[in-house]
Write a protein that binds this ligand. Structure first.
Ligand code: UT7
Length: 328
């Protein structure tokens, strides 16, 4: 009996037009272009300025492009997973808004919250649905309007994040596709990277707003250390499990949080820099969108049978990796 696998058959994205440069950030906080570029690799990021547009707006556009790329109609989709930490509402799920707006009338959907590992966890979940035979076509979206939770008076975080969305269509195949995945969570460090208020622990009050508790808080140095170890460890874990060496890997598709974290991961994997997808310079950290945005930017360079390692680390703490053999 042949193995049932999931493969990525289409990729789409949406990026807002507005470009927020390091130079412009110098007007809001005490920072400078040289510091931001040398510490993070970021030169600019995109911001969804329109006040009546939110995460679902970007997700829908990315989804429609992915469907077109795959040659799949919205009615064929069985399930929609939207990875995001900036949903339009707590409920209904952003996936429900996407389902309606793309016309995926046969799909169920839900949001998945795993911060910067969100897309990777969503892709793993979509894969399990297909491997189990419960779904044939799944839309996996990573979308975040980070500007809605970024404190533009906090120089330690506002320089990092940007808005964007990426989507993939996952389809059943008996050939190459997603071979293996690893997912980790460590809830011990819930306050290392989080949004203190807005949830049921600290519902919105005058006090929470005054104390700027609805914005991202991050202990940057600690997250940096954990992310550098975590992304490299999990990438090596999946390579070892599948008997892969650096020579066997065609591409590392890393979460884009900091160029230095990506470089350290690639070094531990034994990869040359030309095998690493890096677009953090243009988009910053778009949280759940970084990995599909990379796949989109590099899709014309991907060849059948290429071994890809997708790897991410984020709030939770969460981290994971996926090994896939490219086949469209
Ligand atoms: O995707 C989710 C996971 N998130 C991450 O992976 C982010 C991980 N963390 C990081 O990427 C880095 O820790 C940052 C980019 C956030 C910070 O870089 P760093 O090299 O760890 O800097 P630092 O926090 O150690 O700060 C060094 C100095 C400090 O000044 P003093 O204390 O040495 O005088 C900061 O106050 O840089 C200062 N600083 C800044 N200076 C100019 C912090 N932010 C800025 C800024 N511009 N924007």
């Amino acid at each position: 009996m042949s193995v049932k696998r999931a493969k990525i058959s289409g990729v789409g994205r949406f990026l807002p037009d507005y470009v927020l440069t390091n130079k412009e950030l110098e007007k809001y906080v005490e920072t400078n272009d040289e510091w931001i570029r040398s510490r993070t690799g970021i030169s600019e990021r995109r911001i969804l300025k329109d006040p009546d547009k939110a995460t679902s707006y970007m997700a829908v556009r990315a989804a429609n492009e992915a469907l077109e790329d795959a040659g799949v109609s919205a009615e064929e989709i069985d399930a929609i997973i939207v990875a995001t930490v900036t949903p339009d509402y707590f409920f209904p799920a952003t996936a429900a808004l996407v389902q309606k707006r793309i016309g995926a009338k046969n799909a169920f959907g839900f949001d998945l919250s795993a911060a910067c590992s969100g897309f990777l966890f969503a892709l793993s979940n979509g894969t399990m649905m297909i491997e189990s035979g419960r779904a044939k076509k799944v839309l996996v979206i990573g979308a975040d309007k980070m500007s809605s939770i970024v404190d533009f008076t906090d120089r330690t975080t506002c320089i990092l994040f940007g808005d964007g969305a990426g989507a993939v269509v996952l389809e059943e195949t008996d050939k190459d596709g997603i071979i293996d995945f690893v997912q980790h969570t460590d809830g011990d460090e819930e306050c290392m990277l989080y949004q203190p208020a807005g949830g049921s622990l600290n519902p919105p009050t005058e006090e929470t707003i005054k104390n700027r508790m609805h914005y991202i808080r991050q202990d940057g140095r600690s997250v940096f250390k954990r992310a550098t170890e975590g992304m490299a460890d999990v990438s090596l874990e999946i390579m070892e499990r599948n008997n892969l060496t650096g020579d066997d890997v065609a591409w590392l598709v890393p979460h884009q949080a900091n160029q230095r974290i990506i470089d350290a991961t690639a070094r531990r994997m034994g990869l040359d820099s030309e095998k690493v997808m890096i677009n953090i310079g243009k988009y910053g950290n778009t949280t759940a969108a970084t990995i599909p945005l990379c796949l989109y930017d590099w899709k014309d360079q991907l060849k059948e049978g290429d071994n890809l390692i997708l790897s991410a680390f984020g709030g939770g703490l969460t981290w994971g990796a996926i090994y896939l053999k490219w086949s469209k």
